[in-house]
Design a protein around this ligand. Structure first.
Ligand SMILES: C[C@@H](O)C(=O)SC[C@H](NC(=O)CC[C@H](N)C(=O)O)C(=O)NCC(=O)O
Ligand code: NI
Length: 129
């Protein structure tokens, strides 16, 4: 078995694709409209789905906002240089909600950014300096 994707419902697909593709530098792997169900699915990620899990952005045509609630935590991305990445995200107008640094109660260097829907994306420093 392997993880194929994580699905997030988004209120604005254009803004969400702009964030995941132009700010987080993911590729739009595939997109399809389902007129019968009045929704669109857009899969984004860094590698082909045969190699790596993707994020499935689900846009319901009649819904422009979701309450995320208290259960959702984050999706984590590994980055080579978390400080430079956060600076670039801020320069592009992205929202860094937790500046990079060692996590509380631990040593892993993390940061949090927020997507246009309010979902938290964790950045984790994966290269040791
Ligand atoms: C290791 C990395 O993938 C993490 O996600 S740890 C981040 C850390 N998580 C928690 O503290 C979980 C418990 C918390 N009570 C919760 O329910 O979220 C975290 O969020 N640290 C915050 C920080 O600023 O370091
Ligand atoms: Ni995490």
């Amino acid at each position: 078995m392997r993880i194929l994707h994580t699905m997030l419902r988004v209120g604005n697909l254009e803004k969400s694709l702009d964030f995941y593709c132009n700010v987080l530098n993911m590729k739009l792997l595939r997109q399809k409209d389902y007129p019968g169900g009045k929704f669109t699915l857009a899969f984004v990620g860094y590698r082909d789905e045969s190699e790596e899990a993707a994020i499935e952005l689900t846009y319901n045509w009649d819904t422009d906002h979701y309450d995320i609630g208290t259960g959702y935590g984050h999706i984590a991305l590994g980055v080579d240089d978390i400080y430079a990445t956060c600076d670039r995200i801020k320069a592009q107008g992205g929202k860094v909600t937790r500046e990079p640094g060692p996590m509380k109660h631990g040593s892993t260097v993390i940061a949090f950014v927020e997507d246009p829907n309010g979902y938290k994306i964790e950045l984790i420093q994966t290269k040791t300096a």
